[in-house]
Design a protein around this ligand. Structure first.
Ligand code: NAD
Ligand code: UPG
Length: 325
């Protein structure tokens, strides 16, 4: 039986991965400090409450459980907050991650899947964005992830730690069984906010800018279903079982949707005509972010199942209906 340590496993993407990998028959141990709460998101796996920066706790976890590989989701995730508080972002996303990597090295654990992001690319020089695109992060959050990606190359050379960095574009949607879904506190992501406006948990949605150089003037993003991300992590674990090298893959559907298109889709699926306001641009938003994920399809055999925005919004709506009951 293969045992995987999932850090940040109580979070949005981590919790969906716990469920997915349990269904694939893996043994899972979750480590999460619950700084962003939601212990109840961990389904069918033991939860150790603690910080990935706690070396003594990591020694205990690695000694108690025979860990074969680590999926590291634990980090701070808000672009805007990272600009206000770069210190806490570098301390957590880089410093604490280093403590985890060193514990893995001490305990001979040589396989890591790392949650990276489209934010490492900064403003796109061309689109869709492939893995060769220049890395020019424009905020501390994206920079913290790019620093880790680079130091993983040093750790591979020096300590033989193999990693797969998965650069998610816009994670969205919910568990098709509606047992899990997106919960951030505070919520800053477009799709859950739009659906909260539809359910009445919010009074309105504000569109951040209508003067972008896109067809309808609003930003375009590549929304990728959280269950398809879980499939990619499973495939990345299998990749590490059969390869003696590290790799990095961009994960998106390759189709971009504008904010107005997301709102129209939400109205169509929910049947609710919620209020929409049009505000100024949000700092640091690139106009278009769309992934080229051919490499992940070729090398991992990744085959996303829920590519249509309709599926993503439908699953997210089923989850929102449970939350707002
Ligand atoms: N949500 C997205 O669209 C998106 C896109 C690209 C990349 N990512 C990356 O995916 C990962 C998961 O994102 P998410 O949306 O699920 O975020 P989330 O906030 O829901 O989950 C992160 C979890 O990590 C925990 N955590 C944070 N720091 C910790 C620490 N030092 N020790 C232990 N636990 C800690 C939090 O309590 C939380 O449960 C993050 O690394 C994020 O950067 C997310
Ligand atoms: O109330 C809102 C919230 C968002 N937006 C806009 O919707 C788009 C998408 O925003 P959001 O859902 O916050 O996602 P991003 O800012 O694109 O960032 C997400 O996707 C990135 C990868 O593309 C990851 O790096 C980040 O961690 C993740 O938060 C952006 O143009 C936002 O300005 C609005 O107009 N109104």
């Amino acid at each position: 039986m293969t045992t995987i340590l999932i850090t940040g496993g109580a979070g949005y993407i981590g919790s969906h991965n716990v469920k997915y990998l349990r269904e694939k028959g893996y043994d899972i141990v979750v480590l999460d400090d619950l700084s962003r709460r939601f212990a109840d998101a961990v389904i069918d796996a033991p939860l150790v409450k603690g910080n990935i920066g706690n070396a003594a706790l990591l020694d205990k976890v690695f000694t108690t459980h025979h860990i074969d590989a680590v999926l590291n989701f634990a980090s701070f995730i808000q672009v805007g907050e990272s600009v206000q508080q770069p210190s806490s972002y570098y301390l957590n996303n880089v410093g604490n991650t280093l403590v985890l990597l060193d514990a893995m090295t001490r305990h001979g654990v040589k396989k890591l899947v790392f949650s990276s992001t489209a934010a490492i690319f900064g403003n796109p020089e061309y689109t869709p964005i492939d893995e060769a695109h220049p890395k020019n992060p424009i905020n501390p959050y994206g920079r913290s992830k790019w620093i880790v990606e680079q130091l993983l190359q040093d750790y591979e050379l020096a300590y033989g730690l193999h990693s797969v960095c998965l650069r998610y574009f816009n994670a969205a949607g919910a568990d098709p069984d509606a047992l899990l879904g997106e919960r951030h506190e505070p919520e800053t992501h477009l799709i859950p906010l739009v659906l909260q406006a539809a359910s009445g948990r919010r009074t309105q949605i504000t569109v951040n800018g209508t003067d972008y150089p896109t067809e309808d003037g609003t930003c375009i993003r590549d929304y990728i279903h959280v269950e398809d991300l879980a499939q990619a992590h499973w495939l990345a674990l299998r990749y590490l079982d059969t390869h003696q090298n590290s790799a990095a893959f961009n994960l998106g559907n390759g189709s971009g949707y504008s904010i107005r298109q997301v709102i129209d889709m939400a109205r169509a699926i929910t049947g609710c005509n919620f209020r929409v306001e049009f505000g100024p641009r949000r700092n640091g938003d690139p106009s278009v972010l769309v992934a080229d994920s051919n490499l992940a399809r070729q090398h991992l055999g990744w085959n996303p199942k829920y590519c249509a925005l309709e599926d993503i919004v439908r699953h997210a709506w089923a989850w929102e209906c449970k939350q707002s009951r």
